[in-house]
Ligand binder design. Structure first.
Ligand code: GLU
Length: 408
């Protein structure tokens, strides 16, 4: 089993040696500032109390308040949350927004909870961590299996405890409760800007560019939809139950409707059924992992046929797989850049809340595009300068920015 935190530390060491990072700063960046571990008792619908375990890792706040989502998943571990909070620090610094790195998680299968149990769990988590969060301290957001509704419950609970309003304590809220226009599809939109920049560098024509998307949740399905509207060919998609493939492409919006109705992408008209392993190894131009960590490893990296991997998920590629892909000439647009659209619009949401403003979707997307294109160009330039992969280049840029602010 791959340990995501060990992998994150290997990525850090690789960048540190390329950039000749000060040893003391490297030491400081090897640990989070703190990891809160809390027990959350929830009275279930059957009257019995069940105690859940939750974590919040606050990695580093040199550039601004800790920032990052809260994940509800049965496989959450402290090391996963630590790794994800470290990547948030790198991500915010890569796109140069004034936020630090944080991440939370609760060990739970949210699909097994009723709506009222979910609400109690979400409020219970906030009751345990509320003194450590706030718009000027730590700003959570959605992640795997958490939603705008959950963010609204959390904000409400926090403000009750605080005794005053602080809408910027959490982002990814419903629009009518202080959420930002564009936040719901911003992770995907940021990934799309990266694909467009990459296509320019590589001289790819969208209509001749085939894309497969592993993971058809919020990020993956929106990415497929937007790319399709731009003329890219979406040829495969998968979810936890398996995948579907059609060589000349399909309409991802129709696939989304099919999944909503039937609970899975499987059985979508005119497609061939494939497995979750097969989707990674298809002969496509762009592979978008959009689910969880550690799906591209030293076991399958050699079989990847895509020309580029655009990481919408966090941590989908292990360090050993990165080496193999580089050797094979596969360009990896790393998570800390490719999926940074989500946290960037979260930062816009926080900024609007703090200033009591509401920006139009047009304004949000214009600002997002500028940030993503700038970050992409800077990472590309750094990659050329040091002759490294894009992940290492992003880390070098990010650590330069964080390192400057660390004093000891
Ligand atoms: N969970 C998202 C991520 O991994 C968004 C975090 C945020 O908006 O703060 O980037």
């Amino acid at each position: 089993m791959e340990n995501p935190f060990e992998n994150a530390m290997q990525q850090l060491s690789k960048a540190a040696s390329i950039m000749n990072l000060d040893k003391n700063i490297h030491e400081i960046l090897k640990q989070p500032d703190r990891v809160l571990t809390v027990s959350i008792p929830v009275k279930m619908d059957n009257g019995e109390v069940k105690v859940f375990t939750g974590f919040r890792s606050q990695y580093n706040d040199s550039l601004g308040p800790y920032k990052g989502g809260i994940r509800y998943h049965w496989n959450v571990t402290p090391d996963e949350v630590k790794a994800l909070s470290f990547w948030m620090m790198i991500k915010c610094a890569t796109v140069n927004i004034p936020m630090g790195g944080g991440k939370g998680g609760i060990i739970v299968n949210p699909k097994e909870l009723s709506e009222s149990e979910l609400e109690k769990l979400s409020r219970g988590f906030i009751r345990k961590i509320w003194r450590n969060i706030g718009s000027d301290k730590d700003v959570p957001a959605p992640d795997v299996y958490t939603t705008p509704q959950i963010m609204a419950w959390m904000r409400d609970e926090y403000e009750k405890l605080l005794g005053k309003s602080d809408p910027g304590v959490i982002t990814g809220k419903p629009i009518e409760q202080g959420g930002s226009e564009g936040r719901s599809f911003s992770t995907a939109q940021g990934g799309v800007y990266c694909v467009q920049e990459l296509a320019k560098k590589m001289n790819w024509d969208p209509s001749q560019t085939a894309v497969s998307v592993q993971g058809y949740g919020n990020a993956g399905s929106f990415m497929a939809k937007i790319l399709h509207e731009l003329g890219f060919k979406i040829v495969a998609a998968s979810d936890s139950k398996g995948g579907v493939y059609k060589e000349d492409g399909f309409n991802p919006e129709e696939l989304f409707k099919h999944k909503q109705e039937s609970g899975s992408v499987l059985g979508f008209k005119d497609t061939k059924e494939i497995t979750n392993e097969e989707i990674l190894e298809l002969d496509t131009d762009i592979l978008v992992p959009a689910a969880l960590e550690n799906v591209i490893t030293d076991k399958n990296a050699n079989n990847i046929k895509a020309k580029a991997v655009v990481e919408l998920a966090n941590g989908p590629t292990t360090p050993k797989a990165d080496e193999i892909l580089k050797e094979k000439g596969v360009t990896v647009v790393p998570d800390v850049l490719a999926n940074a659209g989500g946290v960037t619009v979260s930062y816009f949401e926080w900024d609007q809340n703090v200033k009591s403003e509401h920006w139009s979707e047009e304004e949000v997307l214009e600002k997002l595009e500028r940030i993503m294109v700038d970050a992409f160009d800077q990472v590309w330039e750094t990659k050329e300068k040091y002759g490294v992969d894009m992940r290492t280049a992003a880390f070098v840029k990010a650590i330069e920015r964080v390192g400057e602010k660390i004093s000891f």
